[in-house]
Ligand binder design. Structure first.
Ligand SMILES: [Zn+2]
Length: 340
């Protein structure tokens, strides 16, 4: 008999809590009591088992976690994405391994030079963001010399057995092919500490002959004219123009090259991606190697692996010219800093 008042208090308390935890019924929320169990009490919202949670479409993936960029991102898991995890060739799924490689993987594990306090937990349970943030100190920018993201993936994945975390297409779409915890194969000795971005473009040359096959004057201005044999993937049929009308001439490793500029869409998407990466990886700040007069260097720098920030491939090795003289570093870095 004496328990009744206590029970009444409990019932009142429980019903009050229920009211606090579960807000007003959403229009499509389940009605019967059994479905109440599917409600996420910790968030106070209705969750239906099996409901698909959609990405908004601008997120990159780092150690399984999503980070917004404000630019269009297609990941390796999306229908039109490029999957660098697949051992099979993209264009010939009956074959594993790339044409010139024996192993089936196009990526590896970041492992060289890890201090024991990082190596031990990573060995035990894989990469988590807090360890990855201590290791990633460089973002390496390339042009792909392939022309489109799809053509680039075909060459990297099917032919050369290489990879880059990001492919940036002509229209500004960012394709992520691997989680950033992976060691993509794009920049030799810098792979362990870097994130790699391949910008879709045919690149820089000593003369105009090759560029003449990739660009033409359309409606009075320079425009990209992709050769028919180039894979376009999901790239929309559109007139893509370099940000600057005239081919850009400039020196890399002291040698003069000529190259068309990247598209405005590529600059904007790249700035957003760099701004995102600078926030996710505080040890890779938004700056590039500079000469004594403050200009961005266009040759191999002293101690390339010691630099923390954004590099061109040519800052790492004399064997590479990318991203070429046309990349407008001041424009790119200013915009990225403004976004960040
Ligand atoms: Zn490169």
């Amino acid at each position: 008999m004496r328990a009744w008042p206590l029970l009444l208090v409990l019932v009142v308390t429980c019903s009050t809590r229920r009211k606090d935890v579960f807000p007003a019924e959403a229009p499509d929320a389940p009605q019967d009591a059994s479905r109440d169990a599917s409600r996420d009490a910790s968030r106070g919202s209705a969750v239906r088992a099996g409901a698909e949670l959609k990405r908004t479409g601008d997120e990159i993936i780092v150690c399984g976690r999503l980070f917004h960029t404000g630019a269009r991102v297609v990941t390796w898991m999306d229908a039109s994405g490029f999957d660098a995890y697949r051992p099979h060739r993209w264009r010939d799924p009956s074959q594993t391994a790339a044409r010139d490689r024996e192993g089936a993987n196009r990526y590896g594990t970041r492992r060289r030079g890890l201090p024991v306090e990082i190596a031990e937990p990573v060995h035990r349970r894989g990469w988590k963001l807090k360890e990855l943030q201590k290791v990633v100190s460089q973002v390496v920018v390339h042009y792909d010399a392939a022309g489109t993201a799809a053509q680039c993936f075909k060459v990297l994945h099917d032919v050369r057995g290489l990879s880059a975390h990001f492919l940036l297409d002509v229209d500004g779409t960012i394709y992520q092919t691997l989680d950033l915890k992976e060691r993509a194969w794009h920049a030799g000795t810098a792979n362990d500490r870097s994130v790699g971005i391949e910008i879709a473009q045919i690149g820089a040359y000593r003369d105009l002959e090759t560029l003449g096959r990739w660009y033409a004057i359309r409606q009075g201005r320079a425009a990209l004219t992709l050769p028919k044999w180039v894979s376009r993937g999901a790239l929309p049929d559109h007139l893509y123009r370099p940000a600057r009308q005239q081919p850009v001439r400039g020196r890399v490793h002291g040698v003069e090259y000529v190259q068309y500029d990247y598209t405005d869409a590529q600059y904007e998407a790249l700035a957003r991606l760099l701004a995102t990466l600078a926030r996710v990886f505080p040890n890779a700040p938004l700056d590039a190697p500079r000469t004594a007069d403050g200009a961005v260097a266009t040759r191999v720098i002293d101690d390339p692996l010691g630099f923390a920030g954004v590099l061109g491939h040519y800052h790492l090795t004399t064997g590479k010219v990318d991203p070429g003289p046309a990349l407008d570093w001041p424009r790119l870095l200013q915009r990225a800093k403004a976004i960040r």
